[in-house]
Write a protein that binds this ligand. Sequence first.
Ligand code: ATP
Ligand code: MG
Length: 269
Amino acid sequence: MNAQVNNSLTPVLQVVGLRKSYGDHLALDGVDFEVHAREVVAVLGPSGSGKSTLVRCIDQLESIQGGAMYLDGELLGYERHRDGIRPLTDADVQRQRRRMGMVFQQFNLFPHWTVLRNITEAPVKVHGVPPAEAKERAMELLARVGLADKANAHPRQLSGGQQQRVAIARAVATRPRILLFDEPTSSLDPELVDEVLQVMKDLAETGMTMIVVTHELEFARHVADRCVFMADGQVIEDRPSADFFDRPESTRLRTFLTRTSAAPAGGLA
Ligand SMILES: Nc1ncnc2c1ncn2[C@@H]1O[C@H](COP(=O)(O)OP(=O)(O)OP(=O)(O)O)[C@@H](O)[C@H]1O
Ligand SMILES: [Mg+2]
């Protein structure tokens, strides 16, 4: 049944045979992979390979056409009953989504709220954390991302790199089981990329479980435990980071790595 299993052998996230289509176009064509507690998994691949679609499906922002996903062993989006499976209610989907954090390319902070309120809103309003406790944690997180002095600023007063660091603090504030990043540095000026990657590296070192869609190969090689290479909606390689970069098996990955490494900073693969 749909019982939640939670031991160290159960992956935090498991994706099995996931299929997603937009009309006739199959964006995910049977994706399998899993992420264990404290693992950082980088997802790489050419434009249009399905990376964003994958994290959007995991976060239940998209309907799926086949396969299944499990968070701590709990089926996402559906429940089993005696005649098969049926979709969960919106309330149950939201309950599951609250156990994940998502960081997008565009930071999506609320412009009319202070930095502090952007971080405390979900813990207080959605998770029922007492306001004083939420504020204390938000201040702690702001200090961790190097922005303790910006608590009362508004997003427009911050650089893109600072806004993304606030967005990361916001995602962590709800104590998610897993954080999903979709190209968190792609919209930043090149000189602001490193400060955001550093915050993500620090998070990884605290044991946060993370999936990171990125074009930052150095980050993937040095921070991720595993790298997943996608092409045409499929996982082509899923290997420990060192093997992925030093001993790619497929011609497609070899070509991708050569092209991406050769591209100028901020350039396209
Ligand atoms: N809302 C949508 N409607 C129709 N097709 C879509 C939609 N979103 C994505 N697609 C298609 O699905 C495929 C996968 O797109 P996706 O955005 O997941 O790629 P990606 O790997 O994230 O690419 P990029 O590196 O450019 O961000 C692409 O062919 C894309 O055109
Ligand atoms: Mg994308």
